[in-house]
Design a protein around this ligand. Structure first.
Ligand SMILES: Cc1cc2nc3c(=O)[nH]c(=O)nc-3n(C[C@H](O)[C@H](O)[C@H](O)COP(=O)(O)OP(=O)(O)OC[C@H]3O[C@@H](n4cnc5c(N)ncnc54)[C@H](O)[C@@H]3O)c2cc1C
Length: 309
């Protein structure tokens, strides 16, 4: 892992930097590249614009590792409000949440209750809830949480990280119940015992997981793959595999982040692929923003330019 990436991932966990950075106007200007605004209305307005371009949206309220049940309930209330707004405006917008933001650190029961509440509200509107995957210490608990939720709700999908050594076994487990699975490379700093270190290996793992899911769909399964990457070369290989396996374009989707590879997002939508954009909002953007910078340390240039604007 490069030094710049390591430093940015270290910064993402530093509370002092978080407080310093978030108060600065230049930092708020820079982060705008990756989020339309801090408030929910800015996120909804961006989703409406997406809809006009043939793109769909998945919203995420930024934040992680809440420390009290009260905080977890506040997050749930905010997502419930968002689900209602999405339904009332008739914008195609799912939600994606972090288990620790719903209280996973306080115990699985607290988190499970919040998640169920959201799944319950989303279901009648035909809406869907994605569960993010956080650092490797949470993987077992997140899989258990997801599987328990799926026993009563089929409107949930889970993220898996291609860099983890354990990921193939986790995918097999999820395929048994035909789950919707979002495949990502992985955004956290993990030790070599836990995760692959070379980009080439992570890319191959992503491709292997993707083709495994596509094959399950081609064989008549109802699993739903979501390929969340901006790696156009890798995506090209996956789309070729989908076509050669005869998997129709509406049986999977591509997911990307707001503000990254925008022209490509529109191109994929025009070519008939289901293209979903993750829009983040909220004030707790520092750790998330540092991880985005770590994905492409050249993005730090935007921060520096914002400083002088
Ligand atoms: C919808 C969605 C949901 C996600 N959910 C999770 C999750 O739950 N858990 C998790 O660990 N990770 C999650 N991620 C992040 C993921 O793990 C990767 O860190 C991130 O997608 C970058 O990897 P990449 O696949 O785009 O490939 P890379 O090889 O990192 O990048 C491919 C190309 O895209 C460009 N690029 C990538 N990221 C950026 C960026 N931020 N800014 C500008 N250019 C960029 C690179 O410069 C490169 O040219 C999610 C990503 C997306 C899109």
């Amino acid at each position: 892992m490069g030094i710049a990436r390591q430093a940015l991932l270290w910064a993402s966990r530093n509370r002092w930097l978080d407080e310093q950075f978030r108060g600065r106007a230049f930092a708020r200007r820079a982060v705008r590249r990756f989020m339309p605004g801090e408030d929910v209305e800015a996120a909804l307005a961006a989703a409406v614009r997406h809809h006009e371009l043939g793109l769909t949206t998945v919203f995420t309220l930024l934040g992680e590792n809440v420390e009290t049940r009260d905080e977890a309930e506040k997050v749930t209330a905010a997502y419930l409000d968002l689900l209602d707004r999405v339904r009332d405006r008739n914008v195609p917008g799912q939600i994606s949440l972090k288990p620790t933001q719903l209280g996973l650190d306080l115990g699985s029961e607290t988190c499970e209750k919040q998640l169920e509440c959201l799944l319950e509200r989303a279901r009648p509107a035909g809406n869907f809830v994605w569960v993010d995957m956080e650092d490797s210490t949470y993987v077992d608990r997140t899989l258990d949480l997801f599987e328990r939720a799926r026993r009563t709700h089929d409107n949930a999908g889970l993220c898996i990280q291609a860099y983890l050594h354990r990921v193939d076994a986790d995918l097999e487990r999820l395929l048994e119940s035909n789950a919707a699975v979002r495949i990502v490379k992985g955004a956290y700093s993990e030790p070599a015992e836990v995760a692959l270190k070379r980009k080439r290996d992570v890319d191959e793992s992503f491709f292997r997981l993707s083709t495994r899911m596509l094959r399950a769909v081609a064989d008549g399964g109802t699993a739903f793959p979501a390929f969340a990457t901006h790696d156009l070369k890798l995506l090209g290989r996956i789309l070729e595999a989908a076509a050669s396996l005869g998997v129709p374009k509406d049986r999977f989707e591509i997911q990307m982040l707001y503000g990254v590879a925008r022209d490509q997002q529109i191109r994929y939508a025009r070519e008939g692929y289901r293209m979903r954009i993750l829009i983040s909002y909220g004030t707790a953007w520092f750790p998330w923003y540092m991880r985005r910078l770590a994905e492409r340390p050249a993005n730090v240039g935007f921060v520096v330019r914002s400083l002088f604007r």
